[in-house]
Design a protein around this ligand. Structure first.
Ligand SMILES: Cc1cc2nc3c(=O)[nH]c(=O)nc-3n(C[C@H](O)[C@H](O)[C@H](O)COP(=O)(O)OP(=O)(O)OC[C@H]3O[C@@H](n4cnc5c(N)ncnc54)[C@H](O)[C@@H]3O)c2cc1C
Length: 380
């Protein structure tokens, strides 16, 4: 499948990611899903081929790939396994706040750790503050030249292993979202405690933990942007991250489609005819393929807007909603089309269906995306 709408350089990177997925992810994804634990080895393998920290600019030691290129790679990883893709894309998510608000010194510190092979984390969500980030109860107080952070974050991806994180805390709780600020916190700071690991339905080998911050002292210079900029930084970060989640979802949907097509060609009905010869099955496959292609084009559109520097918040939210809903729908259709085999742990599609579900939830649920889209429609 050669995509002639992308540049030769992008085709080369897409092929690199496809080969990497075939060699290092697909053969082991099921095993990791069953046994749990964290597939840490994949970071080192990925670093070897230069797809680590795709978003880090060249002047800070990264490859500085454009957004469409990052999306092509995320689709390939998502094709292999959404859990692995979540880990591999995590350094992108956690580093976006630096691109948005980081000083040169902050970028050197943060990107330096990622490029060196470390992992980053993004800790916004709390037990009582998910969609409504303004309800954040983690607080940061300035004492002399240091910020002192106290609070608990939850569902923090990769934070059990991350060497550096962006943590959101309120510097003025009376101001709600306007009092939210973003900080760089290194793992080795005293008082950074990793709590329980979440026991999840899908993306089981992705690391998702509670993060406790007890009197964590960081230098004053670890504040990103200004006090009160936290919400703005978080929203811009999510604009950047949503098309990447959307891309992983396109990969998962494409995999479900491939599995279903293969099954329809080879599984015979009682008369010895492949079930794909039945129009009801063939039409279902046609609809699934159309949705996958539409999803891919929607995400490409959002990222092309981003790469040419025009507003893309609405298109990013649309891509996130449509692509992740498509992944869930196509995976569920594939399970149904494959009957008892699709429902069995022996099939790939049951895992795809469990994994796809999270993409509709994290980085802002699809209800929140619809609030973003409709808000921009109604208030413009
Ligand atoms: C596997 C996994 C990994 C994650 N990784 C991270 C991470 O690395 N960092 C991080 O900060 N967070 C992370 N999250 C958290 C994730 O971003 C939140 O789960 C998500 O934003 C939703 O918040 P919530 O779970 O608290 O749900 P809630 O906000 O409590 O929402 C519950 C339900 O109510 C709906 N709802 C809420 N408000 C509205 C509204 N105004 N209108 C309509 N419907 C509404 C929601 O759509 C949802 O269906 C992760 C979550 C998961 C599951």
């Amino acid at each position: 499948m050669l995509d002639l709408t992308i540049t030769p350089e992008q085709q080369k990177i897409q092929q690199l990611a496809r080969n990497f997925t075939a060699q290092h992810i697909i053969p082991v994804a099921r095993e990791w899903d069953e046994r749990g634990g964290f597939h840490e080895f994949i970071l080192a393998e990925n670093k070897k081929i230069g797809l680590n920290c795709m978003a880090v600019p060249v002047e800070y030691g990264g490859p500085g790939y454009d957004s469409v290129t990052q999306s092509l790679v995320a689709e390939e990883w998502g094709y292999g396994c959404v859990a692995f893709a979540t880990t591999l894309c995590g350094n992108g998510l956690s580093s976006y706040p630096l691109a948005i608000a980081g000083t040169d010194e902050q970028k050197k510190l943060y990107y330096g750790r990622l490029v060196g092979g470390g992992m980053g984390g993004f800790a916004l969500t709390e037990p009582g503050a998910g969609s409504d980030a303004g309800s954040c109860t983690t607080v940061a107080k300035l004492e002399g030249d240091e910020w002192v952070i106290n609070g608990t974050k939850c569902f923090a991806t990769t934070c059990g292993y991350a060497s550096i994180m962006v943590v959101f805390a309120s510097t003025d709780p009376d101001k709600g979202v306007k009092g939210l600020s973003a900080f760089i916190v290194e793992k080795e700071r005293e008082g950074v405690l990793v709590g329980a690991e979440e026991h999840k339905m899908g993306i089981r080998s992705s690391n998702t933990v509670e993060l406790r911050l007890k009197n964590v002292r960081i230098p004053k210079t670890h504040l990103l942007g200004k006090e009160g900029d936290g919400m703005k930084i978080a929203m811009k970060t999510l604009d950047m991250a949503r098309p990447i989640v959307a891309s992983m979802s396109v990969g998962a949907a494409r995999r479900a489609l491939d599995e279903a097509v293969q099954f329809a060609k080879t599984y015979l009905d009682v008369n010895g005819k492949p079930i794909g010869r039945h129009q009801a099955v063939a039409f279902k496959l046609a609809d699934m393929a159309t949705q996958v292609e539409a999803a891919r084009q929607l995400v490409r559109n959002a990222l092309r807007l981003k790469d040419i520097g025009v507003p893309y918040t609405k298109e990013a939210a649309m891509a996130k909603t449509f692509c992740t809903d498509t992944a869930m729908r196509v995976a569920a259709e594939a399970v149904e089309l494959m009957g008892h085999y699709g429902y069995s742990k022996d099939s790939v599609v049951e895992k795809l269906m469990r994994d796809a579900k999270v993409t509709q939830i994290y980085e802002g649920t699809n209800q929140i995306q619809r609030i973003v889209i409709s808000g921009l429609l109604l208030n413009s």
